[in-house]
Design a protein around this ligand. Sequence first.
Ligand code: SF4
Length: 397
Amino acid sequence: MHNSDNLQFLLNDPNLSADLKHIAQKVLDKQRITFDEGVLLYEQGELGYLGTLANYIREERHGDKTYFNRNFHIEPTNLCVYDCKFCSYSRLLKQKAEGWEYTMDEMFNMVTKYDGEPVTEVHIVGGVLPQYDVPFYQELFARIRAHRPELHIKALTPVEYHYIFKKAKIDYATGMRLMQEAGLDSIPGGGAEIFDPEIRDQISKDKCTADQWLAIHEEWHKLGGRSNATMLYGHIEAYKHRVDHMERLRQLQDKTGGFQTFIPLKFRNKDNQMSHVPEVSVIEDLRNYAVARIYLDNFDHIKAYWAMISRTTAQLSLNFGVDDIDGTLDDTTKIYSMAGAEEQHPGMSTKQVVELIKHVGRQPIERDTLYNVVTDYTNFVIGDEPKPQYYKLPVIN
Ligand code: SF4
């Protein structure tokens, strides 16, 4: 059956509304949908309808290819000068007994621990504290770069960059250039939360604004750098706020083309100041992936974190627009497990990740950070591995 047959079936469905048929036709014709159509998809699109559209786009772009990578995390600290209401990870300065603050040497030693391991990326992100400033990160990046030149350094979000550049009294363009010169290779997608100012103010007051978040990514893209973007969904936002968030990303992507991947992050309610807010269902997770795939027509990849939504839901998500499930994990991050994610001690070997993808009829592709193919496991049989290998976890900040 051709990939477009299911869409044709929708277009011939007498029970489907004219508005939803119009959107399906646009997807078939590779036309961009509008803001109002994005909201309509959230409000009226049923799971099967959204999945059909999103899977069509996914397969047009990537076929069955499903990406993962191998990396490890360094989380400099779980203390933070900010106080985001949804954050289960940060411990306020007054609760210092529960916190950690790694030194430069401790972080560098975490990198050397992976010497000889087949990792391609180090992902550095954590809380915001004054001692982690521009000179600190310049030195850290430079030491990692000198020690292991091929290791991709993906580090810090605009939340940290805005804070450290302001402290150093330098503008974003200068700051990002200094980071690049020190060895920074790309920026992860965190800190975006929800861009709408009213919602943002309620859940993560004081840290960088939407405009500042976007401006830092723009400066980075101007330097030729690539980055990702997240969206924290399923808390107090409305559908229009999710579409607004994606619209702002779509506009910047039109301008720079520097984003690689969009990563929806599900709000988890364990042990944070928003524990009274119920979590959304798995069905809503899948609908959200699908709408993102349909709306963000200029983003190459949509990623789901299996450790956050469970392995089974991650498998399902591959039919709802997702083409990247991140990878196995080696417990090098606590951000999501502390927020009540499905996997409290996440870890899968390469073999398990490959099988998880193959079991739902997709092609497992190990990638590097920039989506160059490291290994195509489609016809590759892996023996039993003596120990788990290392992958990254999602981050909120
Ligand atoms: S989400 Fe990030 S910026 Fe906000 S409190 Fe947590 S660690 Fe700090």
